[in-house]
Design a protein around this ligand. Structure first.
Ligand code: MG
Length: 177
């Protein structure tokens, strides 16, 4: 049985993951409005993954005998300065999400909740990948800023190759995401 403290954190996390999805959808729209459809597609995939993250926490809470209390989701920004600004806001947000996951891991350890600890490992690893993805794009955008002609066009093409893959904890599960 999951503790009330961890249950509250997981419910909060479901909201944060849906907010992430919302945030990245707002970014996808901005890119598409700038005719950068490849970046838009990348962000749509990111948004889809975040919806899955929310559902992974949702499934976990139900399987752990907890109660779902979905929090309100705040409005994301819709005005951005540039592709670099977007990815810098993205990495900042992912670092925040990592801190939330680390807090849940700390609580699971404190409470000797090994099931929760084991479940959260997937997210600990996932956050390393998420931060690396954002940092890698930021690195390339900074190179383009230094002046390689046509760089943005080439990069937009590369961004368009990202495809969605169902996160392993959701394979075979009922999923509304
Ligand atoms: Mg996430």
């Amino acid at each position: 049985m999951i503790s009330e403290k961890l249950q509250d954190l997981v419910n909060n996390q479901i909201g944060k993951e849906f907010y992430s999805s919302y945030f990245y959808l707002a970014m996808a729209a901005w890119f598409e409005e700038q005719s950068l459809e490849g970046f838009g597609s990348w962000m749509r995939v990111q948004a889809q993954e975040e919806g899955c993250h929310a559902m992974i926490f949702y499934n976990f809470l139900l399987e752990s005998g907890g109660s779902i209390k979905l929090p309100a989701i705040e409005q994301p920004p819709f005005k951005f300065e540039s592709p670099l600004d977007i990815f810098q806001q993205g990495i900042k947000h992912e670092e925040y999400v990592t801190s939330l996951i680390n807090t849940m891991v700390d609580v699971a350890i404190d409470e000797h909740n090994h099931a929760a600890r084991s479940f959260l490992n997937w997210f600990v690893d996932e956050q390393v990948e998420e931060e690396d993805n954002f940092n890698s794009v930021i690195g390339k955008l900074k190179l383009i800023e230094k002046g390689a002609g046509g760089g943005m066009f080439m990069m937009d093409k590369e961004m368009s190759t990202r495809i969605f893959a169902m996160p392993s904890p959701l394979i075979g599960k009922i999923n509304i995401g």
